[in-house]
Design a protein around this ligand. Structure first.
Ligand code: PGA
Length: 253
C-alpha cells in the first residue's frame, strides 16, 4: 500500500526562533492527534535541518525534508548544498523540481534527473514536483506535459529506485494564489500520472507510488482532495507555516 503523506514546504520563511517554535508545535500536535498511518514531513530551510533533527527523532511518522540539493556531490559551487551533506546529518527527503526552482533558478528536466540520481545514491527520497502553468492548462495538452516531466527526470530509474520517489503534482496557477484545483481537476491529473507510471513500471509500482497534490491546499479543502482515489496527500506551502492549520490538514484523512 502506498504511503499517505502530508508534507510542509516552508520555503524561505521563519527565523531560527520561529522555526523552533513551529517545529515543536507541529511535532507535539502530530504525536497527539495524527494517525501514525500518515507520514508528516517538514520541508524546512537547510540552515535549520540539523537543529530540527532532534525534534523529530523518536517520532515514527515525522520526518524532515530539504527543499533542494545540488546535482554534484561536492565542489566549487558557492552557496549550494549537496546530497552527501544531507545524508551526513541523517535527512530522509528532498523536495526537487519545485516550480519556483524551475522558474526562478532555471532548473531543467535534465538537471533534475541528475539531482534525482544523486539524491537516491545518498539514500534520500526525492519529493519530485511537476505541474503546468495556467497558459499551458488553457492551451490543452497539460496531461501530456506533466507526464513528460516525469518521463524526462524519472523514467531512467530502475523500478527499485523509482519506488523511493514521491510525486507532487502542483499546478503552478494554484501555488500561493488561493485558487485550488478542484478535486476533479486534481484527480484527473493524478489518475493520468498513475497510468503513465504503470505504463513504464507496471501497475504494482504505480499503485504503490504516493502522488501528492500541492497548490493552495488548506484545512478547508484538504479533506475533499485527499478523499480522491489517486490523491495520497499534499505538499503544503502557506498553510504549513501555522502549526494548527498544518496539523488539521494532516488529520484530514
Ligand atoms: P501553497 O504552496 O500551498 O502556498 O500554494 C504549495 C507549494 O508551493 O508547495
Amino acid at each position: 500500500m502506498r504511503k499517505k503523506i502530508v508534507a510542509g514546504n516552508w520555503k524561505m520563511n521563519k527565523t531560527m526562533e520561529e522555526a523552533l517554535i513551529l517545529a515543536s508545535e507541529v511535532v507535539n500536535m502530530v504525536k497527539d492527534e495524527v494517525s501514525t498511518e500518515v507520514t508528516v514531513i517538514m520541508g524546512v530551510p537547510s540552515l535549520y535541518l540539523n537543529t530540527l533533527k532532534s525534534y523529530v527523532e523518536g517520532v515514527a511518522n515525522v520526518s524532515l525534508a530539504a527543499q533542494n540539493c545540488h546535482q554534484k556531490a561536492s565542489g566549487a559551487f558557492t552557496g549550494e548544498i549537496s546530497a552527501p551533506m544531507l545524508k551526513s546529518i541523517g535527512i530522509e527527503y528532498v523536495i526537487l523540481g519545485h516550480s519556483e526552482r524551475r522558474q526562478y533558478f532555471g532548473e531543467t528536466n535534465e538537471q533534475l534527473a541528475e539531482k534525482v540520481n544523486i539524491s537516491l545514491e545518498n539514500g534520500l527520497s526525492p519529493i519530485f514536483c511537476c505541474g503546468e502553468s495556467l497558459s499551458e492548462r488553457e492551451a490543452g495538452g497539460y496531461l501530456e506535459l506533466v507526464a513528460s516531466q516525469l518521463t524526462a527526470s524519472l523514467f531512467h530509474l530502475s523500478a527499485e529506485d523509482f519506488a523511493k520517489v514521491v510525486i507532487a503534482y502542483e499546478p503552478i496557477w494554484a501555488i500561493g494564489t488561493g485558487v485550488t484545483a478542484s478535486s476533479a481537476q486534481a484527480q484527473e491529473v493524478h489518475a493520468y500520472l498513475r497510468q503513465h507510471i504503470a505504463g513504464k513500471y507496471g501497475q504494482e509500482v504505480a499503485d504503490n507510488t504516493s502522488i501528492l497534490y500541492g497548490g493552495s491546499c488548506n484545512e478547508k479543502n484538504a479533506q475533499e482532495l485527499f478523499a480522491c482515489a489517486d490523491i495520497d496527500g499534499g505538499l503544503i506551502g502557506g498553510a504549513s507555516l501555522k502549526s494548527r492549520e498544518f496539523t488539521t490538514i494532516a488529520k484530514s484523512y
